[in-house]
Write a protein that binds this ligand. Structure first.
Ligand SMILES: CC(C)(COP(=O)(O)OP(=O)(O)OC[C@H]1O[C@@H](n2cnc3c(N)ncnc32)[C@H](O)[C@@H]1OP(=O)(O)O)[C@@H](O)C(=O)NCCC(=O)NCCS
Length: 150
């Protein structure tokens, strides 16, 4: 999913199975999988997220939802789950980077209360720029509370 939905068009592929397996084993990393409930394909992976927990910051490394399952609230549900975990862990903000031309992801994160923090030229293999976004957790605790305010 990372190769096809996130790293598509970049030279090479950095989130190969060994790297994901390493993330699964790392104590500070949370790997989340959303499974479909649709009969016939029940249990198939509909989406996933990989996030690293620090002392005060959670960094979202990857998040993707299968195209057939997008705009059904799965991405939102995964972020909600991660925010609940981050709050429990005493974390006060979340950061995420995405390709600067990934307007769908930017709209998604903006809808969830993330704000533009930084433009980073050449972030991806010195070719493509990234946008870093950030969401502070202290002002508005949970995502459902935040969504009620917008
Ligand atoms: C970005 C992504 C994870 C969103 O997941 P999703 O499950 O489709 O998102 P949700 O259904 O939870 O959307 C929640 C809200 O975000 C916003 N949103 C989501 N996708 C959007 C899009 N393509 N365009 C505009 N707004 C969007 C909407 O406000 C949406 O609420 P609504 O459907 O009630 O209008 C998904 O599009 C994806 O996997 N993209 C490819 C991989 C990627 O770019 N990952 C992010 C970089 S790491």
């Amino acid at each position: 999913m990372s190769r096809c939905l996130i790293e598509v068009g970049l030279r090479g592929w950095t989130w190969h199975p060994t790297r994901v397996a390493r993330a699964l084993r790392a104590r500070e990393t949370c790997v989340l999988v959303a499974q479909t409930e649709i009969a016939d394909v029940r249990g198939a992976v509909a989406g996933f997220a990989i996030a690293e927990f620090g002392d005060t910051k959670m960094h979202l490394s990857l998040l993707a939802v299968q195209p057939t399952h997008q705009r059904c609230g799965i991405g939102l549900a995964m972020i909600d789950w991660l925010i609940e975990s981050a709050l429990t862990a005493g974390i006060d903000h979340i950061t995420v980077e995405m390709r600067a031309n990934n307007f769908a992801a930017r709209s998604f994160y903006e809808a969830l209360g993330f704000r533009h923090q930084q433009y980073i030229g050449g972030y991806y293999q010195n070719i493509e720029a990234a946008i870093r976004m950030r969401r502070d957790l202290l002002q508005t605790a949970t995502l459902s509370e935040y969504r009620k305010t917008v």
